[in-house]
Ligand binder design. Structure first.
Ligand SMILES: Cc1cc2nc3c(=O)[nH]c(=O)nc-3n(C[C@H](O)[C@H](O)[C@H](O)COP(=O)(O)OP(=O)(O)OC[C@H]3O[C@@H](n4cnc5c(N)ncnc54)[C@H](O)[C@@H]3O)c2cc1C
Ligand code: FES
Length: 264
């Protein structure tokens, strides 16, 4: 993990309110593992003290990129920055996904919205190509489909309004796939990133069909480096449960470890 001032290579609109930010970070880029994140200080933000966490999307040469949605003051300020400007970044952070071994399980990835960003490196570095189930409210929420297709992955898109792919929730085609190929279950593994409701649904499917699953739990974070305890979640351990930090012990956890909050 390094704290560095890095330069923006590009910061362009992807679709609607989603942007791709490419940063030149020669010392950070080679260290990045799938599912890890970066903690970025936006210097043009009035209250610039608090960093914002973003999954690392792609790594190319001495650069890495993030794919972000503008939803508030930090991401709005970030979207107004341009090439040549500098940002302070701490990365790579957190415990990421376990990359499948060659000849091992076939990965089934499940992503909601910007959750796709956390999945790309896993798909790229997995020796087995699998299926990526991507869901969103509407067409513009289905991100980087082309990139996954270019990797040779099977992409199954779902939108709640039916404007792209199958109409409905992303768990529908996932359930159909698992249900139709029960004989292959022993050789499959689920990986998911997205809203809590989606993660909980994937966790339930994993339990019901006895498939291993790794879930990226993106909680609100302050320090991002294990000090403030803002990001803790209850996690099962041998003799009960304990709070663990999603920024350091996570964000990726084995689904069997997670204690879900009632009604969440
Ligand atoms: C490990 C991790 C990885 C993430 N990866 C990505 C990514 O790849 N792309 C991306 O677009 N976003 C990602 N996020 C979410 C991102 O950090 C927030 O959207 C961002 O911090 C919002 O900053 P803001 O100042 O624009 O919003 P604020 O003005 O701080 O908040 C605006 C609204 O967004 C809500 N919000 C703030 N942070 C989060 C959060 N972590 N999760 C859900 N809602 C939040 C607030 O409650 C508020 O309602 C990730 C979060 C975590 C913890
Ligand atoms: S965000 Fe501070 S401990 Fe995790």
């Amino acid at each position: 993990m390094l704290e560095q001032t890095v330069q923006i290579v590009s910061n362009a609109r992807d679709t609607d309110s989603y942007f791709r930010l490419v940063l030149r970070a020669p010392q950070i880029a080679p260290l990045i593992q799938p599912g890890q994140f970066s903690h970025i200080r936006v210097p043009t933000l009035k209250d610039a003290l608090l960093r914002r966490p973003f999954s690392i999307f792609q790594v190319e040469g001495d650069t890495f990129s993030i794919l972000y949605k503008t939803i508030g003051k930090g991401t709005d300020a970030l979207a107004r920055m341009g090439p040549g400007e500098e940002l302070s970044v701490i990365a790579p952070l957190g415990h990421g996904f376990t990359v499948p071994k060659r000849g091992g399980e076939t990965p089934l990835l499940v992503a909601g919205g910007y959750g796709m960003a956390a999945m790309y490196l896993l798909a790229q570095r997995s020796p087995q190509k699998g299926i990526v189930f991507v869901g969103g409210r509407k067409r513009v929420d289905i991100l980087c489909e082309k990139e996954f297709l270019a990797l040779g992955w099977d992409v199954r898109a779902t939108t709640e309004d039916g404007s792209h792919g199958e109409k409905g929730l992303v768990t529908q085609p996932l359930l159909a796939e698992i249900g139709n190929r029960k004989s292959e279950i022993g050789n499959r593994k689920l990986f998911a990133c997205g809203p809590t409701g989606l993660l909980k649904a994937v966790g339930k499917i994993a339990e019901e069909f006895n498939v291993p699953a790794e879930l990226s739990m993106d909680e609100h974070m302050c320090c991002g480096v294990g000090v403030c305890l803002t990001c803790v979640i209850p996690v099962k351990v041998d003799d009960g449960w304990e709070y663990q930090r999603t920024c350091t012990e996570g964000p990726v956890f084995d689904s069997r470890q997670i204690v879900w909050a009632e009604g969440k």
